[in-house]
Design a binder for this molecule. Structure first.
Ligand SMILES: Nc1ncnc2c1ncn2[C@@H]1O[C@H](COP(=O)(O)OP(=O)(O)OP(=O)(O)O)[C@@H](O)[C@H]1O
Length: 231
């Protein structure tokens, strides 16, 4: 369970252009659910995801993971927690050009020092699981948008994280690929993972697999509703 207590994130703190992107937010995200943040551009959705996923520290307030306060930990410990607990799918996928799909998937696991053969097998299994069994050796710049996204998902899963965090995962995807993404989310949920994402896409908010739709406006939470068709 991840809990944010009275969390504020100020960019450029102490400078004239200081900006509070998140303002005194309190939220608890339990395990085994799919939660989506929505809201206008600039409302703070990505910032909130980075705070939840320990990619950034709050300016004030507290972040706890399974009851343990993590917001004050030194970077070394935070990196460790991040690597073991979270898998990230970034808005532009952030795949490394010039490397193969397989190598991209393996990257987050390198610091764990696993056996290279076992890691290669794990990457290939994940790619096959996502319908990319034949693409492992292909350089990522030759992949289609939907394929690149699935490589990014495989990469997020390589360390078997409890939480999968995705920023606008279906931006630029057509209806078929969006449905395919939602099928992947369904599988992740069946495997007991928690999926937290941001989305502008009503097809996501209305998906039956989405349990919670949380609205942000100007850095504040303004609604927290049941997702899916119940919304
Ligand atoms: N590194 C930064 N430095 C300064 N301001 C930032 C930084 N990152 C984000 N911001 C500002 O914080 C606000 C919230 O940004 P954020 O990316 O969290 O919004 P968002 O809701 O995810 O937007 P979008 O839907 O367009 O992706 C925006 O006004 C943005 O310009």
């Amino acid at each position: 369970m991840i809990e944010l207590q009275d969390v504020t994130k100020v960019y450029n703190e102490g400078h004239q252009n200081a900006f509070a992107a998140i303002r005194g937010v309190g939220i608890t995200v339990g395990n085994d659910l799919t939660a989506v943040f929505k809201g206008p551009s600039g409302s703070g959705k990505t910032t909130l995801l980075t705070l939840i996923g320990c990619l950034a520290r709050p300016t004030s307030g507290r972040v706890t993971l399974n009851g343990e306060t993590i917001s004050g930990l030194p970077e070394k410990f935070l990196t460790e927690i991040r690597r073991k607990t979270f898998g990230f799918v970034f808005q532009r996928f952030n795949l490394i050009r010039g490397l193969s799909a397989r190598e991209n998937v393996m990257l987050p696991a390198y610091p764990l020092g696993l056996d290279h053969g076992a890691l290669t097998r794990r990457a290939d299994e994940l790619l096959a699981h996502l319908g990319l069994g034949s693409k492992g050796g292909l350089s990522v710049e030759h992949l289609s948008g939907g394929e690149a996204q699935r490589v990014a998902i495989a990469r997020a899963l390589v360390n078997d994280p409890e939480y999968v965090i995705a920023d606008e995962p279906t931006a630029n995807l057509d209806t078929k690929l969006t449905a395919q993404f939602l099928d992947i989310v369904r599988t992740l949920r069946a495997e007991g993972k928690t999926v937290i994402m941001t989305s502008h896409d009503p097809r996501i908010w209305q998906a039956d697999i989405v349990d919670r739709v949380i609205t942000l406006e100007d850095g504040l939470l303004t609604a927290d509703e049941k997702g899916g068709n119940a919304a």
